[in-house]
Write a protein that binds this ligand. Structure first.
Ligand SMILES: [Zn+2]
Ligand SMILES: [Zn+2]
Length: 142
């Protein structure tokens, strides 16, 4: 069930409104996400956006040909991963938005890049990097 929520970074300088597709959390284990957020990036899929209250604190880092990462320039919080075309997949950092108690980790991507030193106990769907990229190319968001 898609639903509008309000989110914010650690320091509060970056506040935003966004509509979440549901409350399913996915984790990306890719090396870029782990550099960016000190561990796997935990995201919730949004229908679009986010819409920022004030763009002044919003930083955007183009991390690849097709994706960009949105962060707070004041405190460094990871806010969102999104397709650079502005049309495709938007994943909002799970730590920046309120989630219900029954939210679940449902998907792990780039499982082929997960280091050995951690594993989640939750049983989820898993996709390798090449599988995920194939799914995106087919126009189907993962
Ligand atoms: Zn901040
Ligand atoms: Zn990643």
């Amino acid at each position: 069930m898609s639903h509008p929520v309000k989110g914010q970074c650690l320091c509060g300088a970056t506040k935003f409104a966004v509509t979440l597709k549901n409350s399913d959390v996915d984790a990306c284990h890719c090396a870029m996400c782990r550099s960016w957020s000190a561990g796997p990036f935990m995201g919730v899929v949004a229908t679009s956006g986010p819409e920022f209250e004030d763009e002044a604190s919003v930083g955007i880092y183009r991390s690849s040909e097709w994706a960009e990462r949105v962060f707070c320039k004041n405190c460094g919080s990871a806010i969102a991963w999104r397709m650079a075309d502005g049309q495709g997949h938007v994943a909002i950092s799970a730590g920046t938005v309120p989630l219900p108690d029954d939210a679940k980790l449902t998907l792990q991507v780039f499982i082929d890049q997960k280091p050995e030193f951690y594993s989640f106990a939750e049983k989820t769907k898993e996709m390798t990097g090449p599988e995920l990229i194939a799914a995106f190319s087919g126009g189907e968001g993962a």
